[in-house]
Design a binder for this molecule. Sequence first.
Ligand SMILES: [Zn+2]
Length: 384
Amino acid sequence: MESELKEMQARLETVPRSVLEHVIDVHCHPTDSDMAMTLRVAEQMPIRICAMATRRSDQRLVADLARAHPDKVTPCFGYHPWFAHWIALSPVVSKEEHYRALFLPPSPPPKPDLVAAFERLLPYLPDPTPIADILPELRESLETFPNAMLGEVGIDRACRVPYRRPADPPYSEYAPTHGDEDADGPRSLSPFTIPLEHQLGVLEAQLGLAVELGRNVSLHSVKCQAATGEVLDRMYRKHGERWLRISVDLHSCGLSAQTFRDIAKRHPNVFLSLSTVINARSPAHKDLIAACAPDRILVESDFHDVRCSAPYTWHMLQTIAEVKDWRVEDAWDADAPEDRWGAVRRLEENWRAFERGGHRPYVKRRQRRDRAIEEWEAENSESD
Ligand SMILES: [Zn+2]
C-alpha cells in the first residue's frame, strides 16, 4: 500500500496544478481521519472533493470541513447502510425490543447459537435513534449548504454487524476502511446482517428528502443489484419528473456492466463513479467503464484520508482514460473544442451535468417521430 501510494504520488507531481484543479473526487471520507490534519491538508489539496457523512457523529465534521474550504469541498450529509440498524423506523419501546425485531424475528424460532450471538451483541449496540429525529437534522444540514448532497446512503447485503461499540471520530483509527473483511478478524463479526427491508426504509426516507429539496445523491450498493434497480424504479414512479431534477451517483459501483446498462436505460439521471480502492480489486471494472456512456462516468477515491484523495482519484482517471481511449491533458486549454477534450475536461463536464441535474425523460422512438413531425409543422406554419 505504502509503495503503491508513493508511486501514485510521484505520478501526480508531474501534473500541473492548472489541470488538477479541474479534477473532482466525487466520493471520499476525509472526516474519518484526524480533523486537524484534514483541515490543514485540505488547504493545499490540488483537487476538489465531495466529503461524505455516514452516521450521526460525523455530520457536523463534514459541515466544519465544508465551511473551512467552501471552494474545494462539497458537503454530503446522510446515513450509511452499515449503521442503518442504529435507526428506528417506528417509535422505540426499548433498545432490546428494537434490535430483537431486526435480528431475531420470532418465526421460525431462532436457533440457540443465534440467540447466544444476539445476547453477546446487544451490549455493544447503541440506543437506537428514531428516524423522526434524524430527518429534521438532515434537512437542516442540507438547507444550511445550498450545494450539499445526500450521501452516503444506500443498501448493502454483505455487511455484518461487528461485536464492537460504535467508534468516536476519527473512525479511521478503529474501523476497517471498507469491504466485508473486518480489521480484527472474522471472529469480531456477528452472524447478523441488517434486514434489507429495514435498510430500504432508512434509504427511502432520506431519498424522499433529497427529492423534496432537489439534492443529488451518492448511493452505495453492495450485493443488491436487483434491489438497487427496484429502488430507483420506485422513486421514479413515486416522484415522476421531480426524480429527474436530481442526479444519482452509483458510487464505487459494484453492479455488473449489464445491470448498469439496464438501469441507465431507464434512468437518465443515474451516473456511475469508480474508485481504485474498491473497483480495481476486480478486473470487471474495466468492462463497467466500457459499458458506461462517456457522459455518465465520474471518478472518486472513496478514501478515508484526505492525503490520498488526489493520488487515488488521478489513478482511476488514468484507468478510465485508458479504457475510453481518451488523452490525458498535460496542460489546461479552457477554449478547447469538444472534440479535443481530454479525460479531465470530460469528467469535469460530467460532474457539471451531475451537479446541474434537471435531466430530461427519455422519449420513446414513436413519440420522438411524432414530435419531429409536430416541430416540422410548427416551423412551416410560421414561415407561411
Ligand atoms: Zn464510501
